[in-house]
Design a protein around this ligand. Structure first.
Ligand code: TPP
Length: 322
């Protein structure tokens, strides 16, 4: 049974991710964020349920839709906003943007704009941990679309034969851009692909943070005790378009009804009700958490707005090894 302290932390983290991305959406619409922004609104239970199992020394890799994963692993919203604004105080000095945030000190070894590219990186990280003899694990977040990339199949095969401490967490949000998983996947559940590589595969309700926590917990234990990789598929849904601004372009590939149906399964009130029923959270706590989070986000945006732009002289610094 999870203790109430951890449950409350998980709740606060879900609220933080939601508030962060709602703010990104608002600022993007105002033209304040250069480049692209891919939001994971609606998917918050997956990174939070997963990362609640991790220690600071454990690693994650993430994707182009990675704000939630990165916040769940412990990133600070103010350096994230600075990165999104292209400012030099950002996590990657403003050179990475929304899709390429990393902080090695927190075990965030990189979000990635190339679909499927984080999978071999996570597998390599797990190989390094194994060779160094640590007990650290690596979580690899990826999407249903990435599960159809060659990198997935090669990496999972190697991880299996070498019994690497890696947990592949598929955030199956039903679409790869506009292509439905129901069309593009040769199987009904990505998790069933585990059997092709002789590793455990499980599908859970990705909007139920406890279900995600429990499935990943088992996988992390296996990885830490040397039993090798696991595949955890979390079925969820992204509320916004593939990228911010998509709807304004008139892209239509899913019905309003479908989106509304999934919004009814919002993971945050669902967890909130669960905690209220258990007497862990009160209505006053909920209001306080939301109020404090709002303030934290406002402060982070202010920090990022006031942060300096990178010096043009620094354009090539950090791009190549010295
Ligand atoms: C190798 C590669 N192919 C294609 C693209 C273009 N692209 C960007 S995101 C995306 C879909 C990814 O879908 P999925 O893995 O399910 O992640 P989601 O966007 O649903 O989170 C594609 C095809 C890319 N960035 N990299």
């Amino acid at each position: 049974m999870l203790n109430s302290e951890l449950l409350l932390k998980m709740y606060q983290k879900m609220v933080l991710i939601r508030a962060f991305e709602e703010k990104v959406s608002e600022l993007f619409a105002k033209g304040k964020i250069p480049g692209f922004a891919h939001l994971s609104l609606g998917q918050e239970a997956v990174p939070v349920g997963t990362c609640a199992n991790l220690e600071e020394e454990d690693h994650i890799t993430s994707t182009h839709r990675g704000h939630g994963d990165i916040l769940a692993k412990g990133a600070d919203p103010k350096y994230m906003f600075a990165e999104l604004f292209g400012k030099s105080s950002g996590y990657c000095k403003g050179k990475g943007g929304s899709m390429h945030i990393a902080d090695y000190s927190l075990g965030i070894i990189g979000a990635n704009g190339i679909v499927g590219a984080g999978i071999p990186i996570a597998t390599g990280s797990a190989l390094a941990q194994q060779q160094l003899g640590t007990k650290n694990v690596t979580v690899c977040f990826f999407g249903d679309g990435a599960a159809n990339e060659g990198s997935f199949h090669e990496a999972v095969n190697l991880a299996s034969i070498w019994k690497l401490p890696v947990i592949y967490v598929c955030q199956n949000n039903q679409y790869a851009v506009s292509t439905p998983a129901s069309y593009a996947l040769s199987v009904q559940d990505v998790s069933s692909r585990g059997s092709a590589y002789n590793i455990p595969g499980v599908t859970v309700d990705g909007n139920d943070v406890i279900a995600v926590y429990e499935a990943v917990h088992e996988a992390v234990e296996r990885a830490r005790n040397g039993s090798g990789p696991s595949l955890v598929e979390c079925k969820t849904y992204r509320w916004h378009g593939h990228f911010e601004g998509e709807e304004a372009l008139g892209w239509i590939y899913r019905s309003k009804e479908e989106v509304e149906e999934w919004k009814k399964k919002d993971p945050i009130p669902r967890f909130e009700n669960n905690l209220v029923n258990q007497g862990i959270l009160s209505k006053t706590d909920i209001e306080k958490t939301k109020e404090q989070t709002k303030q934290l986000i406002e402060d982070a945006v202010k920090f990022a707005e006031e942060a300096p732009l990178p010096d043009p002289e620094e354009a090539l610094v950090g791009l190549f090894p010295d």
